[in-house]
Write a protein of this length. Structure first.
Length: 276
């Protein structure tokens, strides 16, 4: 009863090996969910013009702190016997404390110190997202990277549609997101509010890295094709050499067998000629 299940699971592992390696960042869903929720939490506090919106933003920050704290505790339990502490674990702890502070009630108008602290927290969160997701992207993940880039573009379009008053449709939001990510800057639609300008900064930082990886992966495909052809030729040469070595071994074995027979025959002839 257990054997077919094992065969099925091993077959499933071989079904989509590239996708499984790409989606390894989903092995930490609590951390990923917390990092994603911190983005709307920041903008709910920044663009919130009523008490309900700000309360939701503070609540989201509290939820982010709980999710990342649980994930950090689990990772610490796994790695507590290691001599070297991971810098990512320290970054996660810093994000937890920053989210706890952000969940506390604050004034409607942020002071300069509060602006700097909140932007530092946003930078740490974006850095953690990059280390969690972007580091697993390889040339073999081109399809998955393109899907992720399109998802980023669609999400950024929705963000500009929400934050920018000059954007009157979702299509215009996607267009502004694309021109921002591509650093084209046509100037037909530009961010005008502090919330949309800060959003544009982080979209440029994250989106430019994402689309640079897409471009690099497309270029790497051509190099990979040449490498695959060279590897195939090398494997063909190795197989040909293996066949030649095998044939040579067979020839040597036949020669050794022939020499053994000749020695035995000579020994018999010598014994027969010896006088009694």
């Amino acid at each position: 009863m257990g054997r077919p299940k094992t065969v099925q699971s091993s077959g499933a592992k071989r079904a989509y090996p590239v996708t499984q390696r790409f989606l390894i960042w989903l092995s930490r869903p609590l951390l990923l969910a917390g990092l994603m929720l911190s983005i709307p939490a920041f903008y709910l506090l920044l663009a919130g013009d009523n008490e309900l919106t700000r309360t939701i933003g503070h609540s989201l920050y509290a939820m982010v702190a709980v999710l990342i704290a649980v994930d950090t505790w689990v990772q610490w339990r796994k790695n507590r016997f290691q001599e070297r502490r991971s810098g990512k674990l320290i970054l996660d702890v810093s994000i937890v404390f920053g989210c706890i502070l952000s969940s506390l009630p604050s004034a409607t108008e942020w002071s300069l110190v509060e602006w700097l602290l909140r932007l530092a927290l946003c930078a740490a969160i974006m850095m953690r997202i990059a280390t969690l997701v972007l580091r697993h992207m390889k040339p073999s993940h081109l399809v998955q990277v393109i899907v992720l880039a399109l998802l980023l573009l669609a999400t950024a379009g929705a963000g500009f549609y929400w934050l920018e008053p000059n954007v009157h449709s979702y299509a215009n939001g996607v267009w502004l997101a694309f021109t921002t990510i591509a650093t084209v800057g046509y100037g037909d639609i530009v961010p005008s509010t502090p919330a949309s300008k800060i959003f544009a900064v982080f979209i440029v930082l994250l989106g430019y890295a994402m689309f640079s990886i897409v471009t690099a992966n497309i270029a790497a495909l051509f190099v990979e094709e040449d490498e695959e052809q060279l590897e195939q030729e090398l494997h063909a040469d190795i197989r040909s050499l293996s066949r030649e070595v095998h044939a040579l071994r067979l020839e040597l074995r036949e020669r050794d067998a022939l020499l053994d027979r000749i020695e035995k025959q000579l020994a018999q002839v010598t014994i027969a000629r010896v006088p009694e």
